[in-house]
Design a protein around this ligand. Structure first.
Ligand code: 5AD
Ligand code: SF4
Length: 444
């Protein structure tokens, strides 16, 4: 019997890439590949790339430089580039990096099995189409393996918002929502395989408007309510949202659906109205704060997370101060901040950039404030009772690691009866201590 070929996938960027990488592994499973977690053991390496900032894209080329010697050790090794760099650069990658054998964009990876055969035949296939067919429906189905307790489910892809700095509308295309009933079917299947928490993914997930068989469009709120009817599905999250698509029905769902977790990633990008306008965000800082008031009115313990860009072209000291003021007003549980990175093809890339020293200083100031808020939010959990979904055993005997409803990582000791609990258990826990990146707690 021939040995199965081994596939190593390295994933960059967002959670949607994590989901896509899993699907790619399943698709190549049909060609006899099994996954490995070692690049030097692989017969095929796929880099599932991110193009959101320049640094993210450059990482791919440096990684290719590191991988090249592996081809001398294993003449059978083939290297593919998937994801948003593949979409944005296409054929150019083959010219710039002779080591690359295959290029596949985020909308065509269901064609990977055929592409892999062509590649083994000596071709260097490139496919960066935006095809008509739904890739998820055309993905070859692998064996239905048992799953861990948490899973991602892509419900929507692409973005029509065209923020002036962002490549997503170009790399992932216009907004497409997957049909609601198919998603419910996929969710039930995940739950049958052991999943207890599903995070719905989309570049603009709350703009979800999937077709239903009754001809009526589904909103994200309706989808979440339908998912909440699945008995063994205990937790639902969604990410990433745009403030302008936080509709009344979704706000209401946060108020009355226990299974919808009290954590929301809602990027605002800047606290300055002038910069928000230049970014084409189509909302003001006050609109954002009013929206949070409405959300907190129905769910007072809602933990908030956000994204910020510092040093957008034209950002003055006062604009940056306005961002700090907004962050102070909100009180984030966690937040991500980035230096502005000019992306070719986006409107903002035409504008003069600020000196890197300004960007560095602003990033440092903002990150210090956010880190302080994160620490305060974590410390406020000490003494509180939370629910934790166990994901895996910890390093200490009897310890389990999981997440609270607010998405904090917790190391839990003292399982009832002294026994080791199973992953997928939902446990009441009292938080006893807070350290930099996680909490400690005792099972109740
Ligand atoms: N430069 C810096 N950060 C960016 N983001 C998106 N595009 C850029 C860019 N050109 C950030 C935004 C977005 C997050 C995913 O990445 O904050 O919400
Ligand atoms: Fe990019 Fe998000 Fe703006 Fe869409 S809403 S253009 S994905 S930053």
């Amino acid at each position: 019997m021939t040995q199965p070929r081994k596939l190593f996938i390295k994933t960059y960027g967002c959670q949607m890439n994590v989901y896509d990488s899993e699907r790619m592994a399943e698709a190549l499973g049909v060609n006899g590949y099994v996954t490995t977690d070692r690049a030097d053991d692989a017969d095929m390496i796929l880099l599932n790339t991110c193009h959101i900032r320049e640094k993210a894209a450059e990482k791919v080329y440096s990684e290719l430089g590191r991988l090249r010697p592996l081809k001398d050790l294993n003449p059978d090794l083939r290297i593919g580039i998937a994801g948003c760099v593949a979409q944005a650069e296409g054929e150019e990658i083959l010219r710039r990096a002779p080591v690359v054998d295959l290029v596949v964009g985020p909308q065509t990876y269901h064609r990977l099995p055929e592409m892999e055969i062509a590649m083994r035949g000596g071709a260097r296939p490139v496919d960066t189409d935006f095809p008509q067919e739904d890739k998820f429906e055309h993905l070859p189905k692998g064996p239905r393996a048992r799953r861990g307790p948490t899973a991602f489910l892509t419900v929507q892809e692409g973005c029509d918002k065209f923020c002036a700095f962002c490549v997503v509308p170009y790399t992932r295309g216009t907004e497409v929502s997957r049909p609601a009933e198919r998603l419910l079917r996929e969710a039930r299947d995940l739950v049958d395989r052991g999943v207890r928490e599903i995070t719905l993914l989309g570049q603009n997930v709350n703009g979800y408007h999937g077709a239903g068989t009754d001809g009526k469009a589904w909103t994200l709120a309706r989808l979440v309510r339908a998912l909440a009817e699945i008995p063994e599905l205990w937790r639902i999250r969604y990410t990433t949202s745009h403030p302008n698509d936080m509709t009344d029905d979704l706000i209401e769902a946060h108020g009355d659906l226990d299974k919808l977790m009290p954590y929301l990633h809602l990027p605002v990008q800047s606290g300055s109205d002038a910069i928000l306008k230049a970014m084409n965000r189509k909302h003001t800082a006050a609109d954002y704060l009013r929206l949070l008031d409405r959300l907190r009115a129905v769910r007072p313990d809602l933990a908030l997370s956000g994204d910020f860009i510092v040093g957008f072209p034209g950002e003055t000291d006062q604009d940056f101060e306005d961002t700090l003021t907004l962050v102070r007003n909100v009180g984030y549980h966690s937040a991500f901040s980035f230096k502005y990175s000019a992306r070719p093809g986006t409107p903002a890339a035409e504008r003069p950039v600020l000196p890197d020293s300004v960007l560095d200083a602003r990033l440092h100031t903002l990150q210090s404030l956010i880190t302080e808020q994160q620490r305060a939010a974590q410390e406020a959990m000490v003494g509180r009772e939370v629910s934790v979904l166990f994901e895996k055993p910890g390093r200490m005997p009897g310890q389990m690691v999981g997440k609270t409803e607010y998405l904090h990582a917790v190391h839990v000791t003292g399982q009832p009866g002294g026994s080791q609990a199973a992953p997928g258990t939902l446990q009441r826990v009292r938080i006893t201590a807070s350290s930099t990146n996680s909490l400690a707690g005792e099972a109740l």
